[in-house]
Design a protein around this ligand. Structure first.
Ligand SMILES: [Fe+2]
Length: 254
């Protein structure tokens, strides 16, 4: 599994600090939401929160995670060495994280197979950071079709047209035996190109899935619908860029 050949790769963090801080914040928000002071673990949140209030609950947690860009800043601070080695020193990151909570047998949180490069206004320069907050495996995780399912990236990106596929159901029945479920345990995280075909199915495991996702890209790479300042913010800027922009401001603007 490599970012450049499969489109997805797992990375290890040296300790649990990132996961623990995210989980602590979620447990605190959950205690406020449920009025119960003890949560036995995110895996078993379905014992505390009814599935019919999942959406309201998820929104309350997301609000907490995104307050003052808490989660986005925290994630960047823990992952910046790895991200810098991939994207270079000038980096833009999504301001607000996304959160998946998939309770066992819940059919309301399904994400059918899709590739963001076709079905959204995302720039192809975006990478997705995927952070598990619990052990994710089998149907308690996302699935994906790796780039190296095809002999070339060109072939992969033309899977729909070259197979005359006109619907997602058709895609599903043709390729579902080739899907791989991401098996990942904190404090590891995954990075993937959003052009990879991915999605989720009903969680048939006895535990709830929790994962956070957010997008990251080179600051000066092309944008599409998701713009800097609006959707993305500057996460890190190099000394060279800082100095150059100062020269630009002082000399050329005067
Ligand atoms: Fe997606």
């Amino acid at each position: 599994m490599s970012l450049y050949t499969s489109g997805i790769q797992k990375y290890s963090l040296p300790n649990d600090s990132l996961t623990n801080q995210l989980i602590d914040s979620i447990i605190k928000a959950t205690s406020e939401y449920t009025d119960k002071s003890f949560i036995s673990g995110l895996d078993h949140i379905h014992d505390f929160v009814d599935d019919n209030e999942l959406n309201e609950y998820r929104l309350s947690i997301i609000q907490k995670l995104n307050y003052n860009q808490f989660a986005s800043k925290l994630i960047f601070s823990h992952c910046k060495e790895i991200l810098t080695s991939i994207l270079g020193p000038d980096i833009a990151i999504q301001k607000n994280v996304g959160l998946s909570i998939q309770m066992p047998n819940d059919s309301s949180s399904l994400l059918p197979i899709h590739s963001d490069v076709f079905s959204s206004d995302c720039s192809p320069y975006e990478l997705v950071i995927w952070i598990p907050l619990v052990k994710c495996y089998k149907t308690k995780s996302m699935f994906y079709l790796p780039f190296d399912h095809c002999s070339s990236l060109h072939e992969y990106l033309h899977l729909l047209s070259s197979n005359n596929i006109s619907s997602i159901d058709e895609f599903q029945s043709k390729f579902q035996n080739n899907y791989k479920f991401l098996e990942i345990t904190p404090p590891s995280f995954a990075l993937f190109y959003h052009s990879i075909w991915h999605g989720n199915v009903i969680n048939c495991e006895p535990e709830t899935r929790w994962s956070i996702n957010l997008r990251v890209k080179g600051l000066f790479t092309p944008y599409k619908g998701k713009q800097i300042g609006d959707y993305f913010t500057i996460a890190q800027i190099s000394d060279a860029t800082k100095l150059s922009s100062l020269i630009d401001e002082i000399y050329y603007d005067s």
